[in-house]
Structure formats: structure tokens, C-alpha cells
Design a protein around this ligand. Sequence first.
Ligand SMILES: CC(C)(COP(=O)(O)OP(=O)(O)OC[C@H]1O[C@@H](n2cnc3c(N)ncnc32)[C@H](O)[C@@H]1OP(=O)(O)O)[C@@H](O)C(=O)NCCC(=O)NCCS
Length: 165
Amino acid sequence: MDDEALLDIRDMTIDDFADVFHLGEELFTSDYSPSMYRTWDEYEITTLFNSDSELCLVAELDGEIVGFALGTTVEKTNSSWKYGYLVWIGVRPGLQKAGVGDGLFTEIKRRMLDQGVRMMIIDTDADNEAGIRFFQKQGFDNMREHVYMTLNLSKKAIRKRKRSD
Ligand SMILES: CC(C)(COP(=O)(O)OP(=O)(O)OC[C@H]1O[C@@H](n2cnc3c(N)ncnc32)[C@H](O)[C@@H]1OP(=O)(O)O)[C@@H](O)C(=O)NCCC(=O)NCCS
């Protein structure tokens, strides 16, 4: 990133939806995270924006959207703690490793703290080494593995399973 360029981390507005969506399409392709149950689509943006627009941020560099962070808060019934869930964070390829992700993360964390969040949560694919390194650098630990299973419900697969029973 050019030293003179000004990075602005600001609220996402509806005018940014298309840019954020297309940047997410570049980042969260089907090979990005083949085993993740979440997929990137336009409803991710609108749903998170409707539920907590203060936790929807973009990074703008010289008038262009180069990154975003979308989060929400969760209050579990059996706990008095408020959790801050950082659902998506992404930086334009080519501008990664230049501190944009750090800027987005710092701001969303500050906003979550202001909202009374006591613990932040993220989830990503186990193969996403860059993402995991990034979150570790931000202080995340206590990595838990969770089991992910699929059941193919196509008629062909069901017939095959019956035959092998
Ligand atoms: C994860 C991501 C948002 C990080 O954004 P970024 O702007 O590249 O991050 P920063 O430049 O602020 O990096 C901060 C630190 O993260 C770690 N890091 C970031 N990218 C890394 C990479 N490719 N490999 C190893 N470590 C990396 C480093 O420790 C880095 O610190 P350093 O530069 O002092 O070594 C970006 O890589 C990305 O968009 N990835 C694809 C989408 C994704 O995986 N999102 C996370 C799950 S939703």
C-alpha cells in the first residue's frame, strides 16, 4: 500500500452493499472453505446490516472499498455474558498483509466493547492458515475443533445406502 494513501475505516452504508458483495465473492469462493456450513451471499450482508449496522464496517482506500468486517452480538440464555461474533472479515487480494485487516478488527472490537461484549468469537475453516494466523495475532486462542458431517439426501444416495444396509 502506498504510504500516502489514506485508509478510512467507517460504517458500511447501503451504497456499499454491491462492492462488499463482489469483494466477498472474490474471497469466499467454494474452494475458500469447502467444509464451512456458511456461504457468502447477499443475504449475509443485508441480514447482518439489519441486525446490527454498527458492527458492519468497510475499509476505504482512495475512494474504493478494499475490505469489510461484519459482525453481530449474541446473548446466550444460560450465560450473562454478551458475545461478539465476527462473522466475516475480508481484505482485497493484493492489499492483504498491509494492515487493513488489523484496522477493521481494531475498530469492530472497540465497537463490540462499547456494546458490552465480554468475549469475541470467530469461526473459520481449519485449512485457512492465513486467517488463523491473523486471528491468533489479534489474541484469539482456545481453538476448539468441531465435527462437521453431511448427509446426502438425493434419491440416488438414499437408494445406494439402502442397498448397502
Ligand atoms: C484474514 C484477512 C482478513 C487478514 O487481513 P490482512 O489485511 O491481510 O491482515 P493484516 O495485514 O492486518 O495482518 C495482520 C497479521 O495477520 C497475520 N497474517 C495476515 N495474513 C497472513 C498470511 N497470508 N499468512 C500468514 N499470516 C498472515 C500476520 O501475523 C499479520 O501480521 P504481520 O503482517 O505483522 O506478520 C485476509 O487475509 C483475508 O481477507 N483473507 C481471506 C478471507 C478470510 O479468510 N477471512 C477470515 C475468516 S471470515
